[in-house]
Write a protein that binds this ligand. Structure first.
Ligand code: ADP
Ligand code: MG
Length: 296
């Protein structure tokens, strides 16, 4: 373990970037936060759990035959007990020294029913036992399906990217309910670390109103908010995380600040003064109204 960072913990941070809605920034955040973690010296694993394989494609231009999440799940469905550690399926060739990847592709889709029928929902969690990683990020599909649930069971904390549309608050409530159920049934220590406002347009009243509604609903809204930029899409097609290719870009700077706050904060839903809002609702409400005043 490199452990050069003074922030390094004995227990790995295990973070799922989760929202059942698609297109809100799960993959973008998972890839960039994992890259920042690796750059900070943490031994980091990114587990792509989405059959679309978007985080895999954001890091690598080619597939990794024989070493991906479906190979792991195939072994769980068979009797090969020796290869049921997820760590056997890790790819180290990601372009970043401390960043490893469990890749995913379409073949995951074909396994879903079998995995459900054979009750393999805890295999991802069990496959990560005895890990020496300092941080593990999960990128689930945009669904409440087997693969998303497996991530919520394996992780310790949930980050929720929110796009500023009308349905975001309702989606946030559904997520809270889902996390409460997972906590009750499978994973008693799971916490929601916070909501991340993605593609936030400074000055737009709508976004500020959504932030205020989330805060009033008791959610921790993390700061800073992430702006929108075409560079984000370009970074996915170049297969280089934005924070690596363009570390000084406004989106990268926002992600770095978020990452720093997240890693410095204790693992709790109550929130720390530095990055969390929502314990009382007051600060984010002030924040939201500040943005509203900036509106043209
Ligand atoms: N801050 C941003 N600015 C501009 N485009 C973004 C931003 N965040 C995400 N995107 C783009 O939005 C699309 C959906 O993002 P993605 O991370 O794949 O979402 P999800 O994993 O939730 O489906 C992608 O094309 C991505 O490049
Ligand atoms: Mg995605």
């Amino acid at each position: 373990m490199s452990g050069s960072s003074s922030e390094t913990r004995a227990e790995p941070r295990m973070i799922v970037v989760y929202n059942q809605k698609g297109g809100v920034g799960k993959t973008t955040l998972a890839v960039n936060l994992a890259a920042l973690s690796a750059l900070s010296g943490r031994r980091t694993l990114l587990v792509d759990s989405d059959p679309q394989g978007n985080s895999t494609c954001s890091l690598r231009k080619e597939a990794v035959p024989g070493r991906n999440l479906s190979d792991f799940y195939e072994s769980c469905l068979g009797l090969n007990l020796f290869r049921q550690s997820l760590l056997e399926y890790v790819t180290t060739d990601t372009g970043l020294e401390n960043l490893h990847l469990v890749a995913a592709d379409r073949s995951l889709e074909d396994l879903r029913n079998k995995l459900e029928n054979k009750h393999k929902i805890h295999k991802l969690r069990d496959g990560l036992r005895n890990t020496s990683y300092d941080a593990i990020f999960f990128d689930p599909p945009p669904a409440n399906d087997f693969f998303a649930l497996a991530c919520l069971i394996a992780a310790k904390e949930v980050l929720v990217p929110i796009d500023c549309d009308t349905f975001s608050v309702r989606a946030a409530r559904d997520i809270k309910q889902m996390v409460d159920e997972v906590r009750a049934d499978h994973n008693p220590h799971l916490v929601v670390s916070g909501m991340i406002m993605n593609q936030y347009q400074k000055g737009a009243k709508h976004g500020a109103a959504i932030v205020r509604e989330l805060v009033e609903g008791g959610f921790n809204v993390l700061e800073p908010f992430i702006p929108s930029s075409v560079r984000v899409r370009e970074s996915h097609s170049e297969a280089i995380p934005l924070v690596v290719g363009h570390p000084d870009h406004a989106v990268s700077l926002a992600m770095k600040a978020l990452y720093k706050g997240l890693m410095a904060a204790p693992l709790s839903e109550k929130g720390s003064a530095a990055v969390r809002r929502g314990a009382t609702g007051a600060r984010a409400t002030v924040k939201a109204s500040r943005f509203e005043r900036e509106a043209p």
